[in-house]
Design a protein around this ligand. Sequence first.
Ligand code: HDL
Ligand code: ZN
Length: 432
Amino acid sequence: MMPTNTLETAPVSRNGSQLGLSPEQILSAVSDELRATEFIDMHTHLFKPSLGSLGLWGIDELITYHYLEAELFRSNPITPDQYWSLSKQQQADVIWQTLFVENAPVSEATRGVVAVLSAFGLPTASKDLTEARKFFASQKLEEHIENVFRLAGISEAVMTNDPLDPAEAPLWKDSAPHNQFHGVLRIDRILNKWADHWQAVKAAGYEVEQQLSAKTLAEVRRFLTDWCHLMKPVYMACSLPDTFAYPEESVRATMLKEAVLPVCRQFDIPMSLMIGVRYQVNPAIKLAGDGVGKSDLRALENLCREFPDNRFLTSLLSRENQHELCVYARKFANLMPFGCWWFLNNPSIVEEMTRERIEMLGMSFIPQHSDARVLEQVIYKWRNTRRTLAPILAKTYATLAEDGRAVTREDIHQDIQRLFRGNFESFCRIKT
Ligand code: HDL
Ligand code: ZN
């Protein structure tokens, strides 16, 4: 006979005590723990200060974020060519006027700018950007970064660093480390566009040819090894098309197998596969022009099975691939699902993805990354994550308690630490 109220006869919790939180106490405990925990933002396009002007920040960069540029063209007759001919400030002015003055900023990306302005106590419904520009212009970058990370509730951000970007590569030789920024070796140009970039690797002093001979593969390994010594990346990463396949007769598959994954093993770091992009479906709108496609995850299955000594951080761009990713993560412990990437980073989808991940993986995944391109975006992206996840986590624990296991504050604390710090640190073998 089942006891009537399972909480009164609640069995012991993790540490053997009889304690158990009520549903109301669970929600406030979850909210408190989310607020009190500093997260690791494990995928961004931010840069440490010593990488100079590569780092974007301030109101004009926030408003000309490519998500907002895409939305501008839907609400203003301006053509892309006319828009690209404007200065950065003129671009920001037309976006502000269109998406924030003439229309209520209700989309995820426009509301994010409102949240950032509000976090700094700036007016959020001004007719123009004069006051906001004055505020951001008065900020000193290092201090501003501290302030922004505090407001966002993150302790550190993981960068995206391209060793073949002519604007970034030369800066690494003398760039000072910064304890709140971790490097990532981003190798899209090697894996996806070798034909266009092998000469740059050659010019950097590596005896490579376009043809992937044994010598060329050895030199690519040396190139990656040298960059790992210089950058000390926490993982290697690549964005991949929806058509990504493995195995296949291709430069990318050979490069992965013979160069990239062996160096990941040598440095004991994961490979991050971000799969599902349909690049430049509308080239006229530049960075905003990429789309999404459902991928065949047998490529991921084959990689996880063929390379058990490699670890794969994986984020998929198509909502239709998310359930399969959870199933594969149950099959392969060297597969770590992360984030609600790009077009998925909207509460309606984040909720669905996070619930199915908890149901199928417990707390053994990484719920979110910001993907921030502009420094202050971390404020709204992480505010949204805490707001969206609090009720999901609370419901998870309330259901557990209902089914007969008392839930304690310590349970909640440990799980949130694991979700937003521990899973990433252990998967990347980061010593804390
Ligand atoms: O390739 C990536 O890392 C993506 O996140 C792209 O940068 C994309 O343009 C983006 O900004 N997503 O949020
Ligand atoms: Zn990204």
